[in-house]
Design a protein around this ligand. Structure first.
Ligand code: LLP
Length: 421
């Protein structure tokens, strides 16, 4: 359920016409709906056991206005870099609601997080554990940790976003978990609090979650029997969203919540969740304008002004995003099939192949749907294309929450060494 609907013949975000925004900010642009963000956060968090911490995964969408919208609803944050930590704090998310994930935390990032007083470090290896102990000792504090364990579960999702099987770089290997906890117990500046697991992203089947949660429940029991304090269980993110209208919808948060309730029943632990996509994906669209409608030998192309630099998911993961015309097609409008492509000089710069759309021409607008997660955050200025602006809508109000990058900024920080002159 989202708040992008046709009203009076034009696609709107809540009560604002996307065509009206395009007129003022130009194209391409990302547009987010506050009502959708709020609804998704509410539905997700209300499905979980009470006292759970919902730590929104900042990597999915790090715009401060988005983070503040979620923070106002009680969200914490899952961060993976010093930069994300600073953003979460700047958005007013309390340090006691922030967890720090990632395989390569540097000592500088650890120090920043310790000084801020974050809730938990999700430690992914013994070398990281020792480094964290050293940093905590130098600051005279104790670092609260959970080990991210790798449960060797196949998440049944795209290989590039699957993290919980034994061949990935993520987490402490299952066979080494007890050793890692024993090592942590001996360190004076480490405070072992829990276990963490994250098996992948865009997971559309509950079975891998159920398998991982069962393994974690059993592990909690055996670690407690060995004398470790496991009062928190962090199950990461990963719940999938509907990207295609014609697919079976992914499990709803209530079914996912029921799995979590079982973990709490058996362990009594506080649970932590790190949702990203399920909160923001369908709360955002990328609006782009047709530059040219081109007829090839066998196909028709819509060449639009957004490119793979703006939204890389189709090029990187063969991801499917619905594409619709911003102007609602008349009942008798002619339709055609198009490859919707960007202007970047790469064959993979394609948003959708062989899509049915009303016949479109230069200057018409299209919206690429479900672009709120891993969209703007993964954008680059490749081909010297300035980063697209982001807009947030609330009811009949809207605001630019990140302006379009200036063309000058594309090279303003380049420096010419003296020998070139
Ligand atoms: N927690 C950890 C430790 C993660 O690595 C991730 C995502 C999340 C939480 C949030 O997962 P979510 O609820 O959003 O599935 N760029 C890819 C997705 C990469 C996901 C990386 N980790 C994409 O566009 O599909």
């Amino acid at each position: 359920m989202n708040h992008f609907q046709y009203k009076d013949g034009v696609l709107c975000a809540e009560d604002v016409s996307l065509a009206a925004i395009a007129k003022e900010v130009g194209t391409p642009f990302y547009c987010y709906s506050s009502a959708t963000l709020e609804r998704h956060y509410k539905v997700f968090s209300q499905s979980l056991p009470k006292d759970s911490l919902v730590a929104f995964s900042v990597k999915a969408n790090g715009n401060l206005a988005v983070l503040k919208t979620l923070a106002a609803m009680g969200a914490g944050a899952d961060v993976v870099s010093g930069g994300e930590l600073k953003k979460a704090l700047a958005a007013g998310i309390a340090a006691e609601k922030i967890v720090f994930s990632g395989v390569g935390k540097t000592k500088t990032e650890m120090a920043l997080a310790l000084k801020s007083g974050i809730f938990q470090f999700n430690v992914e290896s013994e070398p990281e554990l020792f480094a964290l102990n050293d940093v905590a000792a130098s600051l005279g504090v104790k670092a609260p940790i959970a080990f991210r364990v790798n449960p060797d579960v196949d998440a049944l999702t795209h290989a590039k976003i699957s993290t919980g099987h034994s061949e990935t770089k993520f987490g402490v290997p299952w066979a080494k978990v007890e050793e890692a906890y024993a090592a942590a117990a001996k360190l004076p500046n480490i405070d072992v609090c829990g276990i963490d697991v994250h098996i992948g992203s865009q997971i559309t089947d509950l079975a891998p979650f159920a398998a991982a949660f069962d393994r974690i429940t059993a592990l909690t029991k055996s670690l407690r029997a060995a004398g470790h304090t496991i009062s928190r269980i962090d199950v990461g993110g990963g719940l999938g969203v509907p990207y295609r209208n014609d697919n079976v919808p992914p499990p709803d948060p209530a079914a996912y919540g029921a799995l979590a309730a079982k973990v709490v029943k058996e362990t009594g632990a506080q649970m932590i969740f790190e949702p990203g996509r399920v909160i923001v994906a369908n709360a955002g669209v990328l609006v782009t304008r047709v530059i040219y409608a081109k007829s090839g030998e066998d196909k028709n192309f819509l060449i639009v002004d957004a490119g793979m630099n703006d939204l890389i998911r189709p090029a990187m993961y063969d991801a499917y995003h619905e594409i619709v015309a911003v102007k609602a097609p008349a009942a008798d409008a002619p339709w055609s099939r198009y490859d919707v492509v960007g202007p970047v000089c790469e064959t993979s710069d394609i948003f959708g192949a062989d899509r049915a759309l009303p016949v479109l021409k230069s200057d018409d607008l299209v919206a690429i749907l479900a672009a709120g997660a891993y969209g703007a955050v993964m954008a680059s200025a490749y081909n010297a294309r300035p980063l697209a602006p982001e807009v947030l809508v609330k009811g009949d109000e809207w605001a630019v929450v990140r302006p379009r990058m200036d063309d000058d900024a594309l090279y303003a920080s380049d420096r010419i060494p003296a020998w070139i002159g």
